[in-house]
Design a protein around this ligand. Structure first.
Ligand code: NAP
Length: 473
């Protein structure tokens, strides 16, 4: 094993081009050692999707332009030209760990958490019971999901009191025409337009002071046209910990005000759709009909214990619903040849250095973002994570094994030789322009041209996004 010489740049592959990966790549290129001229770094950013921006493109709800706007900042990082983007390259399939380590001094995994944590109750497998992550992937036009979604329920239950539950409940209850100002693909508009939904019930297993929503996202519910918010007095119970949170935690304080305002609003409820927020009810069983389809949900009342935890009371309430979405957290997926904790859905690591089951550091392999610490926190929180990880890469750099093929062209040749149809940053700019042109030729409910219409088909995305890739000889 030889240390990388200062004569050549430190070569780093970041796998996952969502916010976590882009922040890590950016921080590496701006680190103190680089600024002071002690080190040159050369970073390549990979994604299994043909496009960059990961969760922002395929996880953030389309009617959240403020969060989607983070793309502008990420775009300016990748637009500088000092970080190369290789899209449509899947780790473990198109390139293996051995191939990465033969071309790079270090590999950072930033693959996020895209699967649903499982809901383990009877009936969870019935037809009409869905994980929220899959629905999110559908409405965000994810290339690897079916184009149709069975939106045939009039009454729907959404389990969970986090922001994903709010996204799902809002998208399910909103009128499709009001989504045309967003970038939703045509198939998603059509699916939502044909939905017969009238009532969406969101269930939290703890109390109103224990919600994991954030204030802006909660307030936003009231902005949906022709959707009434319905609250229930019996759910407004507080224990000692709740009282304390309502005094000491600003977010809780603000959200309790919002809920209180809605409770006091005695204007007539005439909307054609309703969004019900229920608290202190935990899912006990999803009920099915003789065809194996969801016909209801049995919730069990809970009681606060004083410390914000709850105990089930044995009192059950059945709600007639024809679909159940569980939004009870995401879970990261294992990666070939990378030590993994399946219960937490994270890569085994110490402060971003990947370790094996005995806690021994795996040289040259790192993790950042949700695959490092689990799926909690807003997008900005991945910045401190990235900093911790890249600081370790830089501390370790002199002890890392020299790759066999450090020249940046070597990996392109390998991808070419393997016939991997990778996409590029310039290709993304082409796709971006193409999606905007599709928007210009379609219209929202008021007849205005749409800003963008997302392309969903992977082959179509790839064929538009390969600018700069040499033709195969
Ligand atoms: P989350 O914030 O962790 O919320 C998960 C919810 O599921 C909690 O209310 C939790 O209740 C509940 N839950 C867990 N297991 C349950 C079970 N077995 N039965 C019933 N309820 C259960 O997760 P998330 O909503 O997936 O969000 C992940 C992260 O992404 C969060 O940091 C979130 O803020 C962020 N995000 C942000 C936005 C945005 O627009 N800003 C949008 C989407 C996601 P307990 O509290 O009782 O455990």
């Amino acid at each position: 094993m030889t240390a990388p010489t200062s004569a050549r740049p430190l070569r780093v592959a970041v796998i996952g081009a969502g916010p976590a990966g882009i922040y890590a790549a950016d921080m590496l290129t701006k680190s103190e050692a680089v600024r002071e001229g002690e080190l040159e770094v050369s970073v390549d950013l990979y994604d299994r999707y043909p496009t960059p921006f990961g969760l922002i493109r395929y996880g953030v709800a389309p009617d959240h332009p403020r969060i989607k706007g983070i793309i502008t900042a990420l775009r300016s990082i990748l637009g500088r030209g000092d970080i190369r983007f290789f899209g449509n390259v899947e780790y473990g399939k198109d390139l293996t760990m051995g191939e990465y380590l033969a071309h790079y001094d270090a590999v950072i995994f930033a693959t996020g958490a895209v699967n649903d944590a499982p809901l383990v109750i009877p009936g969870a497998d019935l037809d009409g019971s869905y994980g929220a992550a899959k629905f999110v992937a559908w409405y965000d036009g994810h290339p690897d999901y079916p184009r149709t979604w069975p939106l045939n329920a009039k009454e729907v239950a959404v389990i969970g009191n986090g922001n994903v539950a709010l996204d799902v409940a809002r998208v399910l209850s909103k009128h499709a025409d009001d989504m045309l100002v967003t970038e939703i693909p045509g198939n998603v508009y059509q699916g939502l337009r044909d939905s017969p939904v009238t009532d969406v019930h969101v269930f939290g297993r703890r109390g109103p002071a224990q919600i994991k929503f954030t204030p802006l996202e909660l307030r936003e519910l009231a902005k949906s046209r022709d959707v009434d918010i319905v609250l229930y007095d019996e759910d407004f119970q507080f224990d000692e910990a709740s009282e304390q949170a309502m005094v000491e935690n600003n977010q809780t304080k603000v959200m309790m005000k919002t809920l209180q305002k809605w409770r006091e609003d005695d204007s007539p409820k005439t909307a054609s759709r309703r969004l019900h927020l229920h608290f202190l009810q935990t899912p006990s069983e999803i009920l099915g009909d003789e065809d194996g389809k969801v016909s209801g949900i049995r919730m069990e009342r809970t009681r606060l214990n004083g410390d914000a935890s709850v105990t089930a009371t044995g009192e059950y309430i059945d709600y007639p619903v024809q679909a159940v979405y569980h939004a009870i957290g995401y879970l990261g997926s294992p990666l070939p040849e990378v030590p993994f904790n399946p219960d937490r859905g994270v890569v085994l690591n110490q402060e971003g250095r990947v370790v094996d089951g005995e806690g021994t550091v795996v040289p040259g392999v790192y993790a950042t973002g949700w695959i490092k610490r689990g799926p909690v926190g807003l997008i900005g929180a991945t910045k401190s994570d990235a900093l911790e990880t890249i600081n370790h890469v830089l501390e370790d750099r002199n002890a890392l094994a020299d790759p066999d093929f450090p020249e940046p062209s070597a990996i392109e040749s390998l991808l070419q030789d393997k016939g991997v149809e990778y996409t590029t940053w310039d290709g993304w700019l082409d796709l971006d322009e193409y999606e905007q042109s599709l928007g210009q030729s379609s219209h929202d409910a008021e007849g205005n041209p749409r800003e963008r219409v997302k392309v969903v088909d992977r082959d179509e995305m790839v064929s538009v996004s390969r600018r700069g890739v040499p033709a195969r000889s």
